[in-house]
Design a protein around this ligand. Structure first.
Ligand code: ATP
Ligand code: MG
Length: 179
């Protein structure tokens, strides 16, 4: 487990789409409506692109180097459907039309990270925002009344901190760094 007292400890990291305030509020409202108290904390809502896992500082420096000139196409992701994975008991929000550019972005990330010795997941990328864990299921029968329209301009490098109250995430930096 990482701690500020131990600079050599690996950090648990992932690359994600990190919602701005407007999208975050819409996602939080949906989560509250469909999952009540089982919902993911508002400030934890995100969409994972690549899970990097435990990462030492030297490796992180390599990742930052290969991501330095990453281009993120401006794209619009429409989150308009619920899904449920019974095994992890996860309720999620996804898209019935994930833009091809998002798959291409993930493939580009994989290519770059492979150059540093990272092995991407075998499972195909499925764009989803986890709304609730330990959710009994099934997913709501009706899609969200108003889809969440998410304008994407950058990606975030995020640290996952496991604390007493559960996971908390901290954005370390963003690409392409346009703010
Ligand atoms: P917790 O593990 O405490 O339930 P969490 O799953 O939110 O909390 P992490 O396990 O650190 O926190 O995961 C961070 C993000 O990466 C989440 O979006 C999670 O779904 C995703 N993730 C975690 N492990 C993997 C994995 N092996 N493959 C793909 N994505 C993963
Ligand atoms: Mg986890």
């Amino acid at each position: 487990m990482s701690s500020p007292a131990d600079p050599d400890a690996p950090q648990r990291l992932f690359l994600a789409l990190w919602p701005e305030e407007t999208e975050r509020r819409q996602l939080a409202d949906l989560a509250a409506n469909v999952a009540g108290r089982r919902r993911v904390r508002d400030d934890n809502l995100h969409l994972t692109l690549v899970f990097l896992g435990a990462t030492v500082a030297a490796r992180l420096a390599e990742y930052k180097a290969v991501l330095a000139d990453l281009a993120v196409p401006a794209l619009e992701l429409t989150l308009d459907r619920y899904g449920y994975w019974p095994q992890p008991r996860i309720l999620w929000l996804g898209s019935s039309h994930t833009p091809p550019e998002l798959y291409e972005l993930v493939a580009d990330l994989h290519r770059r990270l492979r150059g540093c010795g990272f092995t991407p997941e075998r499972r195909a990328f499925q764009a989803h925002v986890t709304l609730a864990r330990k959710f009994p299921g099934p997913a709501p029968a009706q899609p969200p009344a108003a889809p969440v329209s998410w304008l994407i301009r950058d990606i975030a490098l995020v640290e996952s901190l496991h604390e007493e109250g559960g996971a908390r995430y901290r954005v370390l930096r963003r690409w392409p760094g346009l703010g």
